[in-house]
Write a protein that binds this ligand. Structure first.
Ligand SMILES: Nc1ncnc2c1ncn2[C@@H]1O[C@H](COP(=O)(O)OP(=O)(O)O)[C@@H](O)[C@H]1O
Ligand SMILES: O=c1ccn([C@@H]2O[C@H](COP(=O)(O)O)[C@@H](O)[C@H]2O)c(=O)[nH]1
Length: 213
């Protein structure tokens, strides 16, 4: 690994497997020692394509679990920019309106970048940019329960709409585009975002990388 470029740690797995919680726990626990210029989180979901040209009735029909729903080319471009020492303006996305928002988030390169999202391993162009690849391996029935609990509260969804979307796209796309790419992982983490040993091991690796810079 080069020491002068950001280390990109990609965290993938099914929807509601615990990717965000795992990344956020590591971020929160390392922030006091690394500071805001030391570590950042990027979400693949920020790169969902804008759907502002579609009516709401059509936006809900989009397959958000297929790689084509994401602007992966922009994510790849931003990772390249960050690795070259340049800042980027990350898009923001609203799950309630299913589209990109007007504002962006300005991000300068940090030594450690935690990148999390469901389809990060589906593109070889993206995979080649990752220094460490982690797969959060949580049984799908547990993910579904977590998704129902989360999306009814945080994403304005009804249980019926979650069930419909799960059966039509979320579950089939998981078996086509997420689970088969587990083989690219360096590390497979069980028990979701609260696996304390998996959290401590990645924190130790990050500390080692920071000492080597
Ligand atoms: N190990 C766990 N035990 C209990 N709840 C968890 C665990 N991991 C994650 N969760 C919860 O499940 C929900 C989905 O987790 P989240 O991290 O948002 O998943 P993802 O980012 O993979 O979609 C959240 O409400 C989160 O707090
Ligand atoms: O407009 C949207 C965009 C995405 N989704 C669902 O989100 C998940 C990915 O996010 P996680 O935080 O990893 O769960 C994906 O399964 C999409 O189905 C959506 O419902 N609407």
């Amino acid at each position: 690994m080069q020491t002068n470029k950001p280390t990109i740690i990609a965290i993938t797995g099914a929807s509601a497997s615990g990717k965000s919680l795992y990344a956020k726990t590591i971020f929160d626990e390392l922030l006091p020692e690394l500071g805001p210029n030391g570590i950042a989180i990027i979400k693949e979901d920020s790169y969902y394509k804008s759907q502002s040209h579609l009516a709401m009735a059509d936006r809900v029909k989009t397959n958000y679990d297929h790689p084509s729903a994401y602007e992966h080319s922009l994510l790849a471009q931003h990772l390249s920019e960050l690795c070259q020492g340049n800042s980027v303006d990350i898009p923001t996305y609203c799950y309630k309106t299913h589209t990109r928002l007007a504002e962006t988030i300005h991000l300068s390169p940090t030594p450690i970048i935690l990148l999390e999202g469901i389809l990060l391993f589906s593109s070889s162009e993206l995979r080649n940019k990752f220094d460490i690849k982690i797969y959060i391996d949580t049984p799908l029935d547990i993910c579904l329960v977590r998704r129902i609990n989360r999306d009814t509260v945080e994403r304005s969804r009804s249980v019926e709409s979650i069930a419909e979307q799960y059966l039509t796209t979320v579950r089939p796309m998981y078996y086509q585009h997420i689970e088969p790419n587990k083989l690219y992982a360096d590390i497979v983490v069980t028990r979701g975002g609260k696996n304390r040993m998996a959290i401590e091991m990645l924190k130790a690796k990050i500390r080692q990388l920071m000492h080597g810079r």
